[in-house]
Design a protein around this ligand. Structure first.
Ligand code: PLP
Length: 426
């Protein structure tokens, strides 16, 4: 995929600085967007979402595996308009709760293309998945097998067909990433230990209402090297032969200009080659990218409220941990720019508006003489920002604006004061 933009690859495809030196995303001037829709705002380039989806699908072809399906890990950006785009592009959808399952169905994913995950699925969630007959339920633990036994013997399933399931394995393979998003190690809250996978499969095979199709793994997220993905496949191959293998997501993205993740094509080739070599080419292969589909398709716009100088220069904006929790949750690093004055050299702390000293979006942002009223852009915020947004300090969550060919449209409106009290019971 041509990932080049006239800016760095952290920005959505096609982004540029226009003649007035202002950032344009999807052909829309971000200063105008801030004026029209207010800040903070999530801005997504629709063409970028489609281009990345197509790149994943196209990369499956030349890699020479006959049956590869790409499922969007909806936790990364559970926004109906985005899900619709990916449903239209022919992707599958990975969901991890009844809510995400409802969103996926509502957005147009057919049930056969939905994969349900979760290490603590409730009975209600499993019942919903069984009734709809989702494509695959990924079984995480023995208690879940007990729960599925009860539910299927009570007749919960779509038209009485056995429910296809996978068993989630923890292959004890670690990639280099933050421990809070590493999942493949032996001591993980997700999945079965390798020596328990066979027992889990045997137990599932004894249940008339279930059909074990294969094995799933997801070793972690924001992985910038391909070797751990290959290693995981080698480990999984020791479990035997299965009709379906789901290798999870985890391909990392560039949050800052200096990061160089593998491109989609190299990642797909590595995973598919490893699968062909170690798992065979006659099984169906699933992969579940989340951030690699959406992170760089989005930017967040903020307005500067105050600039304060003490030991540091503190640039405080009108959002923060309520719209992007990742820096506070696991030290994720972003870059920031004044949307109409790129190329700054003043090291600033880009601080949020929330009542926590830890509410810092970027610790060392190089900004050009920031002033109150400036629009600040943080690129690569398309993944896990909207998803983890909150109403901390009573702020309304930001809107999502889709931009394409110079046209902007609101696909999620800003939360209002009324929304903040909508659940109150008088
Ligand atoms: N699949 C599973 C089972 C996951 O748990 C996750 C992330 O938590 C993903 C896919 C997506 O990961 P990423 O966004 O890093 O691609």
């Amino acid at each position: 995929m041509a990932t080049g933009t006239s800016l760095s690859a952290v920005f959505p495809l096609g982004s540029r600085l226009n003649e007035r030196g202002r950032l344009e995303v999807g052909g829309c001037d971000t200063i105008e967007l801030a004026r029209e829709f207010g800040t903070p705002a999530y801005v997504m380039a629709e063409d970028d979402l489609r281009a990345r989806a197509r790149a994943f699908v196209a990369a499956a072809g030349p890699a020479g595996h006959p049956q590869v399906s790409v499922a969007f890990a909806s936790k990364a950006l559970p926004c109906t308009a985005v899900l619709r785009v990916f449903a239209e592009e022919g992707l599958w959808c990975d969901v991890a709760s009844a809510g995400e399952l409802g969103l996926a169905l509502n957005a147009g994913f057919t049930t056969e293309r939905i994969v349900l995950h979760g290490n603590a699925k409730s009975e209600a969630e499993l019942r919903m998945a069984l009734r709809h007959g989702v494509g695959l339920i990924v079984v995480d633990n023995f208690d879940e097998i007990d729960r599925l036994t009860r539910l299927t013997s009570d007749g919960e399933s779509a038209e009485g067909d056995p429910q296809p399931v996978l068993v989630r394995a923890t292959p004890d393979v670690r990639g280099q990433t933050h421990e809070k998003i590493s999942t493949g190690q032996a001591d993980s809250k997700f999945g079965f230990a390798m020596d328990e996978v066979g027992i889990a499969i045997e137990r599932i095979e004894a249940i008339a209402g279930l059909e074990c199709k294969g094995v799933h793994t997801h070793i972690g997220s924001q992985l910038l090297e391909l070797e751990p993905f290959r290693k995981a496949v080698v480990e999984l191959s020791k479990l035997g032969e299965f009709p379906v293998w789901d290798l999870g997501g985890g391909l990392g993205v560039a949050y800052t200009e200096d990061q160089e993740p593998p491109c989609i094509e190299d990642y797909m080739a590595a995973v598919i080659d490893a699968a062909a070599e170690h798992l065979g080419v006659h099984s169906q292969l699933l992969i579940e990218p989340g951030r690699a589909l959406v992170a760089n398709a989005g930017v967040t716009l903020y307005s500067v409220e105050s600039v304060k100088r003490n030991v540091s220069t503190w640039v405080a904006v009108d959002g923060g941990m309520s719209d992007n929790l990742r820096p506070m949750l696991y030290g994720a690093v972003y870059e920031a720019h004044v949307a109409d004055r790129f190329g700054g050299a003043t090291s600033c702390v880009l601080a949020g508006k929330h009542c926590e000293s830890g509410d810092v979006i970027v610790r060392a942002a190089l900004l050009d003489d920031p002033r109150p009223g400036d629009v600040i852009v943080t690129p690569a915020t398309g993944a896990y920002g909207f998803a983890m947004a909150s109403n901390y300090n009573g702020v309304g969550r930001p809107p999502v604006i889709f931009c394409k060919d110079g046209q902007a449209r609101v696909v999620v409106r800003r939360e209002s004061f009324e929304d903040l009290t909508a659940r109150d019971v008088p």
